[in-house]
Ligand binder design. Structure first.
Ligand SMILES: [Mn+2]
Length: 191
């Protein structure tokens, strides 16, 4: 298991409106990445609230976590967000995304994408699409915000065993961020 996050504010901003975190427990790993609407301190406040709402509900399921985040973000401008919960023993994962976020699975050198539910965390969404997957050793989950170009992440950016996941996330960000928004990347290697 190897996981890391990279973020970068829009040029000229001192805070990043994207935020993310991960928690590694004995039984499950919980990953989240959030993009507060717009940029600047108010965006950062929204994404921070989204991360904190996950951190205080680590025993919950994906749908419950989004309900919790939606409530916690009502007093903010809202966010796009991804939550992934991975059961360590079985590799079973549940993943949901609301708003404009990208979730990619690299399995055996091939890419697949997870769907995103329309809506804004903090302003409501309908019919949350919680997707399930069974990860096997070597699978890589990559989550990134719309501050990056929407394209398949080159396998070479996350295949080097010598580079920790945070460094891989940084490489992806540096190569794919378009520079017109805050940017964030989370890389998770299942092992
Ligand atoms: Mn954005």
């Amino acid at each position: 298991m190897n996981v890391g996050i990279a973020t970068r504010p829009l040029a000229g901003q001192t805070v990043c409106g994207d935020d993310g975190a991960y928690w590694v427990g004995d039984e499950r790993i919980v990953l989240t990445l959030a993009d507060g609407l717009g940029h600047g301190p108010e965006a950062a406040r929204a994404s921070r609230a989204a991360v904190e709402a996950i951190g205080s509900g680590l025993h919950l399921g994906c749908a419950e976590l989004f309900t919790r985040c939606d409530a916690a973000l009502r007093s903010t401008r809202g966010a796009a967000q991804v939550v992934a919960i991975i059961e360590r023993a079985s590799g079973r994962g549940t993943i949901a995304s609301v708003g404009n976020m990208r979730v990619q699975l690299l399995h055996d050198h091939s890419h697949s994408w997870f769907a995103s539910t329309r809506g804004i965390v903090g302003a409501g969404y309908q019919n949350l699409d919680v997707q399930t997957v069974v990860l096997v050793s070597g699978d890589i989950l990559i989550v990134y915000s719309d501050g990056l170009d929407e394209q398949s992440v080159p396998y070479g950016f996350c295949s080097s065993p010598d580079v920790p996941a945070a460094g891989q996330a940084r490489m992806i960000l540096d190569s794919m961020a378009h520079g017109r928004d805050d940017a964030s990347v989370l890389v998770y290697h299942h092992g």
